[in-house]
Design a protein around this ligand. Structure first.
Ligand SMILES: Nc1ncnc2c1ncn2[C@@H]1O[C@H](COP(=O)(O)OP(=O)(O)OP(=O)(O)O)[C@@H](O)[C@H]1O
Ligand SMILES: [Mg+2]
Length: 265
């Protein structure tokens, strides 16, 4: 059935906070719930592609080719080992430097033009999740301009909230210039350790300052989550009964509920 997918960017300019882990496993959890999901690897590191088993020699058509207009979205999509979960892979070609060369007025809209194009609905996806690089560069801006909303993974560690104001300023800027309807879908606390006072403190701080914006679900620190990518599968495949799997299933349910409420409102 043709319909427009909900497009969500997973963004935080801080490195190593769980963006890619969230993109892969939230995507897999949504797919398990019978949603059709497309992941866009928008990070030249290509971690989401590797983590889902798209080896380098399989990356013929990449996100870079897509942004350059050399392939269509349909041509760039690859299936993964997970039912209903597809990906557009990335390689190091996708450096922001090349995009800087594009005409100023166009370069922030490259991904939007592709994902919000007339042909997307026919592909039948319910969700498109964009894995952003650890930067507020032109790639992340492209994701924010293309997306309906963003999910911000926040590592439950000291200084976690630092940098969030910079991110929110960028969102505000994108709203004013290119994408007035961009919303913050939610902040997801990651690598949470309930035995650690610091985690509790970061959670308190986040809920006090950001209120409803913080997802009820928190993602625990779970070694299965860090092991799964080396087996080239989501944690839901690698260890379905793990705490990490349960957490991303809960996050997917919360997201689906939010989407429903939004539609009803
Ligand atoms: N909940 C978790 N429990 C344990 N390890 C985790 C968890 N989430 C992420 N990790 C591990 O932490 C590291 C960083 O996670 P990830 O790659 O998802 O972050 P990122 O924000 O995408 O990083 P980058 O900014 O480099 O793109 C990885 O080794 C990952 O396996
Ligand atoms: Mg990453």
């Amino acid at each position: 059935m043709a319909h427009d997918p909900k497009i969500i960017a997973i963004a935080n300019q801080k490195g190593g906070v769980g963006k890619t882990t969230t993109t892969i496993n939230l995507g897999a959890a949504l797919a398990e719930k019978k949603k059709r999901v497309l992941l866009i690897d928008l990070d030249p590191q290509g971690n989401a592609s590797t983590g889902l088993g798209v080896d380098h020699d399989m990356r013929d058509a990449t996100t870079y080719d897509l942004l350059a207009g050399d392939v269509t979205l349909a041509e760039a999509i690859q299936k993964t080992t997970v039912d209903r979960l597809s990906i557009v892979p990335a390689t190091t070609d996708l450096s922001s430097a090349d995009l800087e060369l594009v005409d100023n007025t166009k370069r922030s809209f490259l991904l939007r033009d592709v994902l919000r194009g007339a042909d997307t609905a026919a592909l039948g996806f319910d969700y498109i999740l964009i894995d952003c690089p650890p930067s507020l560069n032109i790639l992340t801006v492209n994701a924010m301009v293309a997306a309906h909303s963003i999910i911000v993974p926040l590592q439950s560690e000291f200084f976690a909230l630092e940098g969030l104001s910079q991110l929110i300023l960028t969102v505000r800027d994108v709203r004013q210039t290119a994408n007035p309807d961009l919303r913050i879908e939610g902040i997801a606390l990651t690598m949470y350790d309930s035995r650690n006072n610091l985690s509790l403190q970061v959670e308190d701080d986040a809920r006090e300052n950001m209120g409803e914006m913080v997802f009820k679900t928190v993602i625990p620190r779970n070694v299965r989550l860090s092991e799964a990518p080396s087996f080239a599968v989501p944690v839901l495949t690698y260890d379905s009964g793990s705490k990490g799997s349960a957490a991303y299933r809960a996050l997917a349910s919360e997201l689906i509920e939010k989407t429903k409420k939004k539609k009803a409102a």
